[in-house]
Design a binder for this molecule. Sequence first.
Ligand SMILES: [Zn+2]
Length: 307
Amino acid sequence: MATFIAAAGSFVIGIALPIDFPLNNLVRILDIVKVQKQTIKPTVTPTATPTLLKVNIKLKAGVENKQNQSLLKLDDNQPNLAIPSRFQGATVNRVKLPSQQKAIALTFDDGPWPESTVEILNILNKNQIKATFFMVGRYLKVYPDIAKKVAANGHAIGNHTWNHRYYQYNQAAAAKEIDRTTALIKEVTGMNVSMFRPPGGILTNGLAAYARKKKYTVVMWSVDSLDWRNSMQSLKQNVLRQTNSGGIILMHDGGGNRSNTVTALPSIIITLKKQGYKFVTVPELLQIQEKEMKNNHKNHQLVQNVN
Ligand SMILES: [Zn+2]
């Protein structure tokens, strides 16, 4: 277990896991994933089912239900939208990947917004890449058709509160901001929301605390384009200078005039593609990290066995 914690630790720079996250359960989840995969193949081994039963019995009922739900989510028809259970209730601003694995996530906040959101969707489509949109409930109420387009194009959607204010929130007020927005996203797009981004990136005013309690992944960023205040040229330089593998890039599709963002985006995408970057949604980025941690754990076990 100590080696596993060390292995996990080396990959989790930049990620805040919940303090009480049970690491021994994680090892079991990974075992269940392995066994469940075997059971659906025709070449199932006779030991697969008993192993699964044994592992399941070991788990406490509540924990087991929650984990099985996450596993089911990984198997559904939208694999780019499922969040691995380790990141549910955690705060993430990037993931740490080996340098040869150049994956990054573009994120767009404060929409849906007339013109700019659709223009950004067209650019993403043209480049065949998927991104993540953090939507504001009161704009979604006005522009539901734009949000439907975002969902129909296969992008991930997160919650960015109803009103986008920088107040201090008690739990009831935070619940109203977040629950109402999640409910409307579900109603409009049919999507289950599992990511939250606090307005202004404020983590201490009660919103992020409520989101974590409700097991949302709180998604921050590692690359700030400052597109809301910068010229087109300097926003591009900002992004290119800060981007590295595993990064989450913050841009805006709504909340004001985003013509600079729309104009700079194609060139940012082309340049990063040339540098070998692959664009993924935030859930996909977390899935890549999950896989890395699993491999790293396996490698450590091998070393242990050899020793
Ligand atoms: Zn915002």
